[in-house]
Design a protein around this ligand. Structure first.
Ligand code: 13P
Ligand code: SF4
Length: 319
């Protein structure tokens, strides 16, 4: 619509005026991903978002995604202004892992190397030895396991279980989950597979184990998009937030993509496979953040320096 185009033009002008670049996650609205692409920003997974923001020479980063992504950008680039369309956009994994309780858990297991998923607060990262995203988690845990280290993992029990199955590492887990991926049902995926036996199944490992077991490829958002291209199948059943369909369909315009069902009877629930916090990012609040400087991420310096160490370990791993 014309109004949306006017908003897009307004944001393009504001980005230039503020020497700002837009960094968006694959789960944000199509319009935001498109805008990031058209303006020299990036659309990416959590790891690539962190790398892109840290390397870019803009003085303002506008992070469209959820809170931990903005915090990670600020921790890595304290000299940059980091804005988010809304600071309300959180994550069930972050909410489910409060820093105090997590710190007590770590204190109770001092013999374990603490590895936390990027989907956590700055305070939780500050307590960790390593931060990982889903695209690098298996490699990092393999590396630690080879050194004989025992792991304390938080917060996603499904991703943790997936890594443990792959590596055989000794992992003590925090009990957290992603409310979006937890809704995918193996029964629904099996029913869809029966309808389309030639389809390949792509699964984000934040999904429950019975769903991951059905996967031809399990991996982070960027790994799933790569797999969509690499696989010979022309039908793909995809178990992750449906925001990913925008870039995935661009990558494989001739393939048919199916949302993995979120209900056991095989019906697809339109509102389930989309993160309510990612959905809070919109053109309006994005423009507002740039115009008013609202939604600025602040991380207290002592905390930032503590959280920086495990984040840098991740970025320097295999770099
Ligand atoms: P990745 O994009 O790193 O796979 O993370 C998925 C996610 O849940 C982000 O919220
Ligand atoms: Fe968190 Fe899940 Fe939303 Fe990602 S999709 S931000 S893991 S709640």
């Amino acid at each position: 619509p014309a109004e949306d185009q006017a908003r897009v033009d307004d944001i393009k002008r504001l980005l230039k005026a503020h020497n700002a670049v837009l960094v968006a996650h694959y789960y944000t609205d199509d319009a935001i991903q498109q805008l990031a692409e058209e303006t020299g920003g990036c659309v990416a997974d959590s790891l690539e978002m962190a790398r892109f923001g840290a390397r870019h020479d803009a003085t303002t980063l506008v992070v469209a995604g959820v809170r931990f992504m903005g915090e990670t950008a600020k921790i890595l680039s304290p000299e940059k202004r980091v804005l988010m369309p809304t600071l309300e956009a959180t994550c069930s994994l972050d909410i489910g892992c409060p820093a105090d309780a997590f710190s007590a858990f770590c204190d109770a297991h001092p013999d374990r190397t603490v590895v936390v998923y990027a989907n956590t607060s700055a305070a939780v990262k500050a307590r960790a030895d390593w931060v990982v995203t889903s695209s690098i988690a298996v490699e990092v845990i393999e590396h630690l396991q080879a050194k004989g280290e025992k792991i304390l993992w938080a917060p996603d029990k499904h991703l943790g279980g997936y890594i443990q199955n792959k590596t055989g590492a000794d992992m003590l887990m925090w009990d957290g989950a992603c409310i979006v991926h937890e809704e995918f049902k193996a029964k629904g995926v099996e029913d869809l597979k029966r309808l389309y036996p030639d389809a390949a199944v792509l699964v984000h490992p934040e999904s429950p184990e019975p769903v991951v077991r059905l996967a031809d490829v399990a991996g982070s958002t960027s790994q799933l998009i790569k797999a969509a291209k690499a696989l010979p199948n022309d039908k793909l059943i995809v178990a992750t937030d449906r925001g990913i369909f925008f870039k995935m369909q661009q990558a494989v315009p001739d393939k048919t993509l199916f949302e993995a069902p979120t209900a056991g009877n095989g019906a697809t629930c339109r509102s389930c496979a989309h993160c309510p916090w990612m959905a809070m990012n919109a053109l309006d609040n994005l423009a507002g953040a740039l115009r008013e400087g609202s939604g600025e991420i602040q991380v207290e310096e002592a905390l930032r320096l503590k959280a920086l160490k495990p984040l840098e370990r991740m970025l320097n791993f295999n770099a």
